[in-house]
Write a protein that binds this ligand. Structure first.
Ligand SMILES: Nc1ncnc2c1ncn2[C@@H]1O[C@H](COP(=O)(O)OP(=O)(O)OP(=O)(O)O)[C@@H](O)[C@H]1O
Length: 252
């Protein structure tokens, strides 16, 4: 068993309101985890804390053996743990390929823009382009490589976001409702891709999702929350039958 992320006794208050009441979780590399629970149970707050957007009031977060509890968003991102919307919105007037290229953290920084004639830049560009093409194939966007991102469908834009998150040697991806507003066929396609990427690339996913009818069939493991606590965890079939989970949704 290879633990990639371990969080212990995470607590978070907003003013007088306690939103996370001591969360413990252990996630293994290369698995697809889903975080479910009724509205207001603390799911988004939890992934905001893990991603470094919010600091917990207490507790510890260890990612790949390093304590990242007090790291902010950018430093957490640099460790290989990314929340998808940390990836900037796609540039509507750039093609799919160009959008991938500017997402890479492996280019030479500013010189990527200004040092077009230098060989370092050319080497970087070649490497990054190869990586971009590989990932584009994984997320089914290779045929759209020269399409302006504004002309991609809603579902393709989600795949673009997923692919761009993968452009930085990412080890783990946090997503908040990746299939919100997407039709069922595309929603299945997106989860199918996520699931394949998870298994093939050994990238770990923690996904907040409301559409349980679609999402649960792709999960390896579920954490169910209610009122700031993990009330059940385990395989999807067991968790969804757990009396406290059923009750929490009925009370919504
Ligand atoms: N910045 C904030 N300031 C004050 N209260 C907040 C803040 N962010 C979230 N909350 C409160 O924390 C609680 C948990 O919210 P959170 O968004 O984490 O839940 P959620 O499970 O993601 O809900 P949903 O499924 O509706 O997105 C809610 O009561 C919410 O109103």
């Amino acid at each position: 068993m290879m633990i990639i992320l371990s969080i212990s006794d995470i607590r978070k208050n907003f003013g007088g309101l306690t939103v996370l009441h001591g969360i413990d979780m252990e996630l293994e590399r290369g698995k697809l985890y889903q975080l479910i629970g009724p509205n207001g149970s603390g799911k988004t707050t939890l992934i905001n804390v893990i991603s470094g957007l919010l600091k917990p009031d207490s507790g510890k977060i260890v990612f790949e053996g390093n304590d990242i509890t007090s790291k902010g968003l950018y430093d957490t991102f640099k460790t290989g743990l990314v929340r998808t919307w940390q990836v900037p919105q796609p540039f509507a007037n750039l093609t799919t390929l160009e959008n991938f290229l500017i997402s890479s953290s492996n280019n030479s920084g500013e010189s990527f823009l200004y040092a077009a004639l230098k060989s370092k830049w050319r080497n970087d560009e070649e490497k990054i382009t190869d990586e971009a093409l590989e990932i584009m194939e994984l997320v089914n966007l290779l045929s759209q490589k020269d399409t302006l991102s504004q002309n991609l469908s809603g579902g393709q834009q989600k795949l673009l976001e997923l692919g761009r998150a993968m452009m930085s040697g990412v080890q783990m991806i946090l997503m908040d409702e990746p299939i919100a507003g997407v039709n069922p066929t595309l929603a299945h396609e997106i989860f199918d891709k996520i699931s394949k990427i998870c298994k093939k690339q050994k990238i770990t996913f923690l996904i907040v999702e409301h559409r349980l009818d679609i999402a649960l069939q792709y999960a390896d493991y579920i954490f169910a929350m209610n009122r700031g606590k993990i009330i059940a965890k385990g395989n999807p079939d067991d968790v969804i039958k757990h009396p406290e989970v059923i009750e929490s949704y009925l009370g919504e």
